[in-house]
Design a protein around this ligand. Structure first.
Ligand SMILES: Cc1ncc(C[n+]2csc(CCOP(=O)(O)OP(=O)(O)O)c2C)c(N)n1
Ligand SMILES: [Mg+2]
Length: 326
């Protein structure tokens, strides 16, 4: 079972569940609509990893900034992105966050501190380290958060950015979502350490391993790291041990070479079911409350799809608008 819930108001705990459930249902809809040919490009589902995004973003303020990855819908929703504009972007419509010209991996909303998903593995780490430097220079106590995968932790930007962020004591959280695979490649085939968090020692910063399926464990680690960052203590590396339930992408026929028993073991540790059960045991939720939450999310997703479908596709002559360099 999960650890003890932190001293959080029941409303906030229910809000964490609502966000995780919204991510799950959004991803299910995105997958269905992708396979039905309504969504173009690539969709990488975040199903199974919802506690990582929500646990971290629940410890942030509105003005704090995050950056995401190719598997970015969960981070967007956790930071408060608009489901309608997200769905419209996936549908490739003008009303989308990127005017329908970017798709799943190009959703950003600067107004909520979401600096963007990123199709380049480890690419976001360097961008958001710049946001950490900006936050330090602004001097208003803001923090910046980099989400990235275990695969990205093998790439140069991870090491370069941790080094400079540690040296300059930037107000940063580096959050590794270790789902044990980079596409089809097991983590053990690409690095010799069992914990990515141990790499923090090489840069002189704290490295923390948490159960990435336990939203309160993630929240507590993130909260401590945010306090440290805001008070000038510098960055923390948090490794969330988690697992994706789906294949790497939603493409039809996409191979999934993972051991089915391993997948099923992790699915039994469903972060959403664990949280719902805990809230029920604490008397903060009942089955009617859970159903009401499901109904509200289903309604919001129907509205998001209707919004997307009502918006036109971008026109050919809009292709070169918003292009800043070539
Ligand atoms: C620089 C770069 N190299 C390779 C790829 C192809 N690619 C896309 S996702 C991915 C795996 C990333 O694994 P990880 O960082 O663990 O994230 P996860 O997919 O597990 O969330 C790879 C190799 C890419 N998009 N960018
Ligand atoms: Mg991975």
């Amino acid at each position: 079972m999960t650890n003890l819930s932190p001293n959080l108001p029941p409303d906030k705990q229910r809000e964490m569940l609502r966000k995780m459930l919204t991510i799950r249902r959004f991803e299910e809809r995105a997958s269905d609509d992708y396979l039905a040919g309504k969504i173009y490009g690539v969709v990488h589902c975040y199903i199974g990893e919802e506690a990582a995004a929500v646990g971290v973003c629940s410890a942030l303020d509105h003005g704090d900034r995050i950056i995401s990855t190719h598997r970015g819908h969960g981070h967007c929703i956790a930071k408060g992105a608009d489901l309608k504009r997200m769905m419209a972007e996936l549908y490739g419509r003008q009303a989308g966050y990127c005017k329908g010209k970017g798709g799943s991996m190009h959703i950003a909303d600067f107004d909520i501190g979401m600096l963007g998903a990123n199709g380049i593995v480890a690419g976001g780490i360097a961008i958001v380290t710049g946001a950490g430097l900006a936050a330090q220079m602004e001097g208003k106590g803001g923090v910046a958060v980099s989400f990235f995968g275990d695969g990205a932790s093998n790439a140069g930007p991870f090491h370069e950015c941790l080094n400079i962020a540690a040296t300059w004591k930037l107000p940063m959280l580096y959050v590794c979502e270790n789902n044990m695979y980079a596409a089809q490649t097991p983590a053990a085939a690409t690095h010799a350490l069992s914990d990515v968090a141990s790499r923090a020692a090489g840069y002189g910063i704290p490295g923390v391993v948490v159960d990435g399926n336990d939203v309160f464990a993630v929240y507590q680690a993130a909260h401590a790291a945010v306090e440290r960052a805001r008070s000038g203590g510098g960055p923390t590396l948090i490794e969330c041990k988690t697992y994706r339930w789906r294949a790497h992408t939603e493409r039809r026929g996409q191979p999934d070479l993972r051991d089915r028993a391993e997948v099923e073991t992790w699915m039994r540790r469903d972060p959403i079911a664990m949280l719902a059960q805990q809230l029920c045991e604490q008397g903060e939720l009942d089955s009617a409350g859970l159903q009401a939450m499901e109904d509200e999310i289903a309604h919001a997703l129907e509205a998001a799809v209707a919004f997307a479908e009502a918006s036109p596709f971008p026109l050919p002559d809009q292709a070169v608008e918003d292009v800043f360099a070539s």
